[in-house]
Write a protein that binds this ligand. Sequence first.
Ligand code: SF4
Length: 216
Amino acid sequence: MKKITGSMYAPSYTNIKTGECIAQYVGQTRQESIATCEGCELLGTVEEKGPCYSQWGTVAWSHSSMIRSHSQGRNDYSFEGAIQRDKKSKAQFIRLGAIGDPSATSKKEIAKIRKYGLPVIGYTHFWEGRGSHLRDICLASCGSVEEADLAVAKGWRATIIVPKDYDTPVSFSPKNNRIVLCVNAQNKKFKCADCLLCVAGDRYMASAPIIALQEL
Ligand code: SF4
């Protein structure tokens, strides 16, 4: 079994929002994963948990069970192992940071993921700091529309979180950047695997520099 370096990967086919993908779980232990999110206002602490649905919810349970399974030698959670387990090539994209912040992913690992050739979707809270190497592969996850405008001015595409009942398909930021509501929020028929609007890069920079993601 290949040694896992930094992250665990597994095919994910049943998530009702994302659809079929290879998901990256950042960190080989729960502590490592939580540490990659330190500094994010949604995290809180182990004692006083914040509203992060990932580190304190069902994705964390899946991560724990993967860690257990790996320690018992039952599954290969390396990137290569996940690709092998995606036997029928169902995965339509690679989801960075299903849990944990992808800023902890090394440039070498990013290069390997990119080389595989599937589209990549990921969001980093630390776009200005430890995630700055991810500008052309992740979107900047922003705490306000002003922060999103700043990220766009620095060449990032960005996301903001909007309330569950927010339903405006297109709006504009204070700096006149177009804000597009997540396609899945507009029509549940479309999953990330069909949509791919959040794939970073220039292709959608003019039409969708900012994506509004609804709170879970
Ligand atoms: S805009 Fe598309 S790719 Fe982005 S989160 Fe929504 S469904 Fe997924």
